[in-house]
Design a binder for this molecule. Sequence first.
Ligand SMILES: NC(=O)c1ccc[n+]([C@@H]2O[C@H](COP(=O)([O-])OP(=O)(O)OC[C@H]3O[C@@H](n4cnc5c(N)ncnc54)[C@H](OP(=O)(O)O)[C@@H]3O)[C@@H](O)[C@H]2O)c1
Length: 228
Amino acid sequence: MVELAVVIGAGGGLGGALLATLEAGGTYGRVIGLRRSGTPPLDLLNEASIAAAAAWVAGAGDLRLLLDATGFLHDGRYQPERSLRSIDPAHMAHAFAINAIGPALLMKHFCPLLPRRGRAVFATLSARVGSIGDNRLGGWHSYRAAKAALNQLVRTAAVELRRANPDSICVALHPGTVATPLSAPFSKSGLDVRPPEEAARDLVAVLNGLQASDSGSFFDQAGAAIPW
Ligand SMILES: NC(=O)c1ccc[n+]([C@@H]2O[C@H](COP(=O)([O-])OP(=O)(O)OC[C@H]3O[C@@H](n4cnc5c(N)ncnc54)[C@H](OP(=O)(O)O)[C@@H]3O)[C@@H](O)[C@H]2O)c1
């Protein structure tokens, strides 16, 4: 069976660049990008669409890498909070639905497809601002809290995956500050904002270098561990 890499959120700034980088790398026999507007469509807010996409992937080959590049920081309705005063339950629920519950559903439906023998990776793009230990600036309550929840889900899934396959790897990755629609309103000049292609090359290098002993960890784009 052909070895598969699947990128979820392949229409996003980082997702598109990661798809292209994996295709060019030649490590996997086939690289598949899934997105809301693709075939099959995958919408994190619709569990049935995730289940259907996973069933489709199961028939396409041997899943060796599932890379989740979805995420939500702002849209026309919601902007990241600057203070406690701005907390809005609907905003917070949406941030959790996309950044934590959606990836948990990806784990639920795609992790059973990972082989029981040999290297098999589930990786999700988190964010350094989700680190509790690294939080010195405050603000962005919903995004930070949802990414911290995602990090805990990664750690918890890693324990379970290791029982099924000691060679499995489940990690959270921080891509750096990258020029995409998600970061555009917040990337001040002076910050090290990098093109998605460059960030994708670094992230794929980090992924390629991961060992089973790295499972359950949180790494930045240079492969350095980030505190939870
Ligand atoms: N850019 C940065 O500086 C930066 C920094 C730290 C962490 N990150 C993280 O990196 C990841 C990718 O972000 P990005 O910068 O590439 O942002 P982006 O260009 O805005 O991409 C976001 C992606 O999320 C997908 N998405 C949103 N809602 C969805 C839903 N309901 N169902 C399925 N997919 C959905 C979008 O899919 P559609 O294509 O269907 O809209 C898109 O592919 C995110 O997790 C983000 O938190 C980014």
